[in-house]
Write a protein of this length. Structure first.
Length: 225
């Protein structure tokens, strides 16, 4: 029996490995810093940013292994298909950064070094410019109003009277029975009139809800909770 071990690492040099991994590390780290600098919401995760750097290097390594061998590529797809990621992505922007480091890692692993550098710098500058000048920002801030009322009795008209006085627009989003039917929760999206404070709206609604809970969420469209 032939027990000779065949090492296929000779298809690329040690220099290729070092350059691919080092460049993917540097570019992924730059992308991570750009993500950190432009992150606005409250759910910043250091683990996520570190994962971006690791992912860029891993994709670079995978591309070195696959090379131009189609059989390896299909084998890799089959092996990775068993992996399940259970952490939910809270912001669609985070998905873009994942694809960005994957693209950079693929370019480094296939030894398109110039492409990797130019793409990372160009896309990074676009992200910084969009962040700096708040591209596509909608300057309309709405609030979410949650009102809990007893199930017996019609409180809808009273609540809408208060909303008409304190808001410029409102819309009933949902009507739900909670606490085993002990209460009914009404959910509105509203836009407060100029000069009206959320506390004033809460006080006015509390007078019409038989002392039940009233909640006003501000900035819900800009903050991930």
């Amino acid at each position: 029996m032939d027990f000779n071990i065949q090492d296929l690492s000779g298809t690329f040099s040690v220099g290729d490995i070092a350059i691919a991994l080092a460049l993917s590390f540097v570019l992924s780290s730059v992308i991570g810093w750009i993500y950190r600098a432009t992150h606005r919401n409250v759910s910043y995760s250091q683990s996520y940013v570190q994962t971006l750097v690791i992912l860029g290097m891993l994709v670079s390594l995978i591309m070195l292994v696959v090379g131009s061998n189609i059989a390896r590529a299909f084998a890799l797809v089959g092996a990775l298909s068993v992996v399940r990621f259970r952490n939910a992505i809270k912001e669609t922007r985070d998905v873009g950064f994942i694809f960005l480091v994957m693209g950079v890692g693929m370019a480094c692993g296939t030894r398109f070094y110039t492409l990797a550098v130019i793409a990372a710098v160009a896309i990074g500058l676009v992200i910084l410019v969009m962040y700096r000048f708040s591209w596509f920002q909608l300057n309309v801030q709405r609030q979410v109003v949650k009102v809990q009322v007893p199930p017996d009795g019609d409180y809808t008209n009273d609540i809408q009277d208060v909303l008409l006085r304190h808001t410029s627009e409102f819309e009933l989003v949902s009507l739900e029975s909670i606490r085993g039917g002990a209460l009914t929760e009404l959910l509105y999206t509203v836009r407060l009139k100029k000069g009206v404070k959320p506390g004033e709206l809460i006080s006015a609604l509390s007078e019409r809800t038989a002392g039940q809970r009233v909640t006003v969420l501000t900035g819900y469209d800009q903050t991930d909770l």
